[in-house]
Ligand binder design. Structure first.
Ligand SMILES: [Cu+2]
Length: 480
């Protein structure tokens, strides 16, 4: 979806406007925005599907805030069930975090007002109920920086999701019942399973196999569309684009492949990093990437693809200069894409543009991640959510949490109410990226550092919706 047209380029972009385009007029009136949790109909592989959504007053998805603008919106629940919407990566007062442990649910027909200082960057909003998030109750939340608004770059959002024609309840039942995949029949201590779908050999683990995908979705969406009928975004010949990639998928990690177009990763989870040049970047569930892309001067269309890890499925958008031939791309690659999970090369290369100031550690804790496919139960410190033992901290403390993943799957761990710095991966200490969600590799470790914020019980959980629904959530209980 096109956010902001490059200067002098409005007319051409308008011609390419698609259903998901967010025109500049969705910006708030002074009195604030209006959002609705609602249902909508999208077309997937030629079939109409009724899904959930978060729409603005103009009927488009999500919100764009101008530099310095407050997050001030009404949220109306037009669904016939309760909901609660989380502003992922933002740091509101806990009472506005959109979580079922401390905020009341929005009843059908209820409207609630939100008002807090917005953090700049690429964020998103989603229901904190796994079934609803699987059902696409999610949308972009973009807060522009003044530098970005001043830069001569067209801004484009690529919002990714995994989609099933089954109901989210059926998806979760199949995942947790072990019928979705045949992981349960596999012996994880067996020799490597070369060629087995959804399994991959773990680097440096003596050929142990790790699990990649818990569920085969029917389609993988970029801005609600598949490669059968992708969104084509008009860009200038040789144009300069800021691509905001949001992985809103419930259970899928992707490689973002910019093909012939050179790219630089300039922010993760909304936070600037020292630019990292490349053409392929990894993004775990709930994470975001800001990519600066310089289109080739040859005027050719530039597909930007999202490749499902450990599988052949792919989705994407096409950046097309005027007159370019738009290529027809198959929704399957010729061969399975390599694992994102377990490949920590990118994470180890990232450096925050503005790292946390050094401070003495006051509170260091291990956080054990566990679980298995059969039975399908996922735990933090050996406990599921209902049986949780909150992790304790005091407001203002410098805290480090060392995630130790004792399971055969990677977990995208998300902490609410804080931005943290990645300071260790698999035993290597470094001053990494600032994030709100970090992918912890199977049988590996990641340490995050942060200064404990508002005294409140903040959610800490895996952002894989199957794992979250099967227990993998706890609280960081911050006391005054
Ligand atoms: Cu998980």
């Amino acid at each position: 979806m096109t956010l902001i047209s490059r200067r002098g380029f409005l007319a051409a972009s308008a011609a390419a406007a698609a259903s998901l385009t967010l025109p500049a007029r969705v910006r708030a009136a002074p009195e604030g925005f209006a959002l609705s949790a609602t249902t909508r109909v999208i077309e997937v592989q030629g079939r109409a599907a009724t899904v959930l959504g978060l729409t603005n007053a103009q009927g488009g998805p999500g919100l764009i805030l101008d530099p310095g603008q407050r997050f001030r919106t009404d949220l109306t629940n037009t669904l016939d069930t309760e909901t609660i919407v989380h502003w992922h990566g933002q740091i509101p007062p806990n009472a506005q975090d959109g979580v079922p442990n401390t905020n009341p649910m929005l009843k059908p027909g209820e409207t609630r007002a939100y008002d807090f200082a917005a953090r700049p960057g690429t964020f998103w909003m989603h229901s904190h109920i796994p079934e609803q998030e699987i059902g696409l109750l999610a949308a972009p939340l973009i807060v522009r920086r003044s530098e970005e608004a001043a830069a001569d770059r067209q801004e484009v959002v690529m919002f990714l999701h995994d989609f099933s024609f089954r109901t989210p309840q059926e998806v979760l039942a199949e995942v947790s019942g072990g019928t979705a995949m045949d992981h349960g029949a596999m012996n994880h201590s067996a020799p490597p399973m070369a060629g087995m779908p959804h399994m991959a050999e773990m680097p440096g683990m003596g050929g142990m196999a790790m699990d990649l995908n818990d569920y085969d979705f029917d389609a993988y969406l970029a801005n609600d569309r598949t490669l059968d009928d992708p969104e084509v975004i008009t860009v200038a010949r040789g144009g300069r684009v800021r691509l905001r990639v949001i992985n809103a998928a419930a259970m899928t990690a992707f490689w973002i492949d910019t093909g012939a177009a050179a790219a630089r990763l300039v922010a993760v989870d909304g936070e600037p990093v020292l630019p990292l040049a490349g053409r392929r970047f990894s993004v775990a569930p709930a994470q975001r990437l800001d990519l600066e892309i310089d289109l080739p001067d040859d005027g050719a269309a530039a597909p930007v693809l999202a490749l499902r890890e450990g599988a052949r499925e792919r989705t994407g958008i096409i950046l097309a200069p005027p007159g370019a031939t738009v290529p027809k791309l198959a929704p399957l690659s010729d061969a399975a894409h390599p694992p994102v999970s377990g490949d920590m090369t990118q994470e180890l290369s990232l450096r925050a543009a503005a790292p946390l100031p050094p401070r003495a550690l006051q509170n260091g804790q291990m956080v054990m991640l566990g679980g298995a496919m059969q039975p399908y139960v996922w735990t933090i410190n050996g406990r599921v959510w209902e049986d949780r033992l909150p992790i304790a901290a005091r407001s203002g403390e410098r805290v480090e949490l060392m995630f130790h993943n004792m399971s055969m799957m990677a977990h995208p761990m998300h902490l609410h109410g804080h931005v943290f710095q990645v300071v260790e991966v698999n035993g290597s200490r470094f001053a990494g990226a600032l994030r709100d969600t970090v992918h912890v590799p199977a049988m590996g470790s990641v340490t995050i550092a942060f200064d404990a914020g508002e005294a409140a019980p903040w959610m800490l959980h895996c952002h894989h919706m199957g794992h979250l629904a099967a227990g993998m959530m706890t609280e960081l209980a911050i006391s005054a």
